[in-house]
Design a protein around this ligand. Structure first.
Ligand SMILES: Nc1ncnc2c1ncn2[C@@H]1O[C@H](COP(=O)(O)OP(=O)(O)OP(=O)(O)O)[C@@H](O)[C@H]1O
Length: 257
């Protein structure tokens, strides 16, 4: 579909997320306006749009870090432990003195508890996750010494262990080399094959067209939402760009009054 609206990927699946006239923002300044629609369970959805479009804000709303200024987000009965979130790279504190192994093991915390201890099954799972991202041999390395690509692999290994039903990735491939992107995309495909729901904020339209069947094009409001080829049609991209160029600081919206 070319216009904004709900994704319908199949009648047998139920919505994992539903946005009802959702407005999100900061101190009553809206950044996402009146979003309506649903994301089916098992969807692989790209969220695209210009800088300042509200993409990260939408992610923060989904995880409950931001409360709606108006409207609502329904999460299909998901427990918070069933939602995994990878924020933009700059938001991860690399100076924290922790090894790759311990960083990956943190993926188990929300299920086993901070003081639950790590048993043999957990150690196997951690080793498998580290191997899945190609970081064997890096277990004892402090995260502060990793390259950007190795750090992102570490964070994906942690996500693997979280075993979440809904996975949110905010610009997961920015500034990574082609091999790292390809390896991490394999993990995204694996999650999709396991019928997990994956939402990723992405700026690389070629990558989105190749790997993401559905796209939400956001410019504070939804410009288009549906099959990627249609959502990223030239007229929609032009409209999103014009909206991005037009907003100064605060988009007009009645909830801001
Ligand atoms: N903590 C905050 N306090 C106040 N305003 C914020 C805050 N975080 C984001 N904003 C504003 O909300 C709007 C949307 O920001 P957001 O980070 O969601 O955009 P984005 O689409 O993710 O952009 P980018 O592609 O540049 O990462 C912007 O105008 C931004 O300045």
């Amino acid at each position: 579909m070319n216009s904004a609206g709900p994704i319908m990927t199949g009648n047998s699946l139920s919505p994992q997320l539903r946005f009802r006239d959702l407005t999100l923002g900061y101190e009553r300044h809206p950044a996402v306006h009146h979003l309506d629609g649903s994301v089916e369970e098992g969807a692989l959805l790209a969220i695209c749009g210009p800088n300042g479009a509200g993409k990260s804000t939408l992610m923060r709303g989904i995880i409950g870090q931001l409360r709606p200024l108006a409207g609502a987000i329904e999460r299909g009965g998901l427990d918070p432990r069933d939602i995994a979130y990878l924020p933009q790279g700059a938001q991860v504190d690399r100076s924290f003195p922790i090894s790759v192994y311990d960083m990956v093991a943190m993926g188990l915390w929300r299920r086993s508890g901070l003081f639950g201890g790590i048993g043999r099954t957990d150690r196997t799972a951690i080793a498998e996750a580290i191997a899945a991202v190609g970081l064997q041999g890096f277990e004892t390395r402090p995260i502060g010494t990793l390259s950007g690509g190795q750090m992102q692999r570490t964070l994906f290994a942690r996500l693997l262990l979280q075993n979440a039903r809904l996975i949110l990735l905010d610009e997961p491939f920015t500034a990574l080399d082609a091999k790292t992107v390809s390896d991490l995309l394999d993990l995204v495909r694996r999650w999709h094959g396991e019928k997990r729901t994956v939402l990723a904020v992405l700026h690389d339209f070629d990558l989105v067209r190749t790997h993401f069947p559905q796209t939400l094009l956001l410019a504070r409001s939804a410009i288009a939402w549906g099959p990627t080829a249609e959502a990223l049609a030239p007229e929609n991209l032009l409209k999103a760009r014009r909206m991005g160029e037009a907003w100064g600081g605060d988009e007009p919206c009645e909830v801001a009054a």
